[in-house]
Design a binder for this molecule. Structure first.
Ligand code: SF4
Length: 387
């Protein structure tokens, strides 16, 4: 007799209608229980978790989970865990907003941190609510940071001629209906000082069927002829690089779009040289550029179970890099800090060597600054490192 988990494997996800499929997402613990049986105790503790941080798992992504392996990395990315109840645990203090989004919020969904880039929070909805998300405080929840009037957001961008590129982000902007996305992009295309657009999306990884929408892809292809479109995406594990995901990436590449990967370094998911080596080689194989590997931020309800100490982390990353060819090791190991992005370059004994790769508008002296800090065994974030 076939099981619900076994039945998922029979679905041809290359042929489903994306909007219809979205309505099949698993959003309650009772539904999840059918695929990944939960003990009574587990169900009880997870109820508290999903009340705070909703669950949303596409059937496609669920089909990638090994139901017999409680330590499965794909499961950890999708399924709520009682560890999410820990606000500040063994790794130390946490915050809701490590990247300083709130400080740079210009209202109406615009985050403007560096002069040249503006980010528009296009929606709070995602195809999946990743358990390690650094915007956990807002994804899937009512909030004041999502754009209310796109025309007013475009007006802000038009008035700030120093902005050369716009990031459509969220949530996941590709969850918006195609006609709405087209309207947004049409408006941005008409702003002369915008050189290129980024569409930040995890859809190729968690809900690739969105990219089989011919109307969207032919529009992006046409748009890309006038202004370049880049897609920063977010593969964390080699097992996410399936044949369906490969087809979705291929659809973007056929539209002339460059796809860059921004992985997050996560305990139990990709915290070994082998896992990173397989991920980066897998990305290059399908034409995705390894771009960033983010150190997991000190996000409340994420840090305790997902963050890897920097000392251990830099050794893992360097070991992986030593095995990779030049294209596969192009990624930077990064802390997305409030003061700007900080590249973690390497360590010399107990000294961690870093390079700040952006500066804030009021601190121009910080651009390209080399930072050296004492490395302790348990430090997981820049602020943990003594000067
Ligand atoms: S798709 Fe991105 S924004 Fe949405 S939950 Fe996942 S990591 Fe967060």
């Amino acid at each position: 007799m076939s099981s619900p988990a076994g039945n998922l494997l029979k679905i041809d996800f290359k042929k489903v209608d994306w909007q219809e499929e979205l309505s099949n997402n698993v959003t309650t613990l009772d539904e999840l229980n059918e695929f990944l049986p939960l003990s009574g105790e587990e169900q009880k503790s997870l109820e508290e978790v999903v009340e705070r941080h909703p669950m949303n798992i596409p059937r496609y992504y669920l089909s990638l989970i090994d139901p017999n392996d409680p330590e499965d990395p794909i499961r950890k990315l999708a399924m709520p865990s009682a560890d999410e109840l820990v606000v500040a645990g063994s790794m130390g203090e946490t915050t809701q907003d490590p990247y300083g989004d709130d400080k740079h919020d210009k209202g109406n969904g615009i985050l403007h941190k560096y002069p040249y880039s503006a980010l528009i929070v296009a929606t709070e909805y995602c195809a999946m609510y990743c358990r390690h998300c650094f915007r956990k405080r807002m994804v899937g929840l009512p909030n004041k940071q999502t754009v209310e009037s796109f025309n007013n957001a475009a007006k802000y961008i038009a008035e700030h001629k120093e902005i050369t590129n716009v990031i459509l982000s969220g949530g996941d902007p590709l969850m918006l209906p195609t006609p709405i996305l087209k309207q947004m992009l049409d408006t941005l295309r008409d702003i002369d000082h915008i050189n290129y657009i980024r569409i930040a999306t995890r859809v190729p990884v968690v809900f690739p069927m969105r990219l089989f929408d011919k109307e969207l892809l032919s529009y992006l292809k046409e748009f890309n002829r006038e202004k370049a479109v880049y897609v920063p995406t977010h593969f964390n594990h080699n097992r996410e690089i399936t044949s369906v995901a490969t087809d979705a990436v291929q659809a973007l590449r056929e539209a002339g779009i460059t796809v860059n990967n921004q992985a997050v370094f996560l305990r139990g998911v990709n915290d070994s040289p082998d896992a990173l080596e397989d991920l980066m080689n897998g990305l290059v194989r399908i034409g995705v550029n390894p771009y960033y590997l983010y150190q997991c931020m000190p996000v409340s309800r994420v840090r305790h179970h997902f963050q890897v100490p920097l000392k251990e982390g830099i050794d893992i990353v360097n070991e992986a890099k030593s095995r990779l060819d030049g294209y596969a090791k192009r990624f930077k190991f990064i802390m997305g800090h409030d003061i700007g992005k900080i590249e973690i370059c390497g360590r010399d004994g107990n000294k961690l060597v870093m390079n700040q790769i952006h500066s804030r508008p009021d601190h121009p002296e910080e651009a390209s600054k080399v930072l050296i800090r004492e490395l302790t065994d348990n430090a997981g974030w820049f602020d943990d490192l003594p000067e």
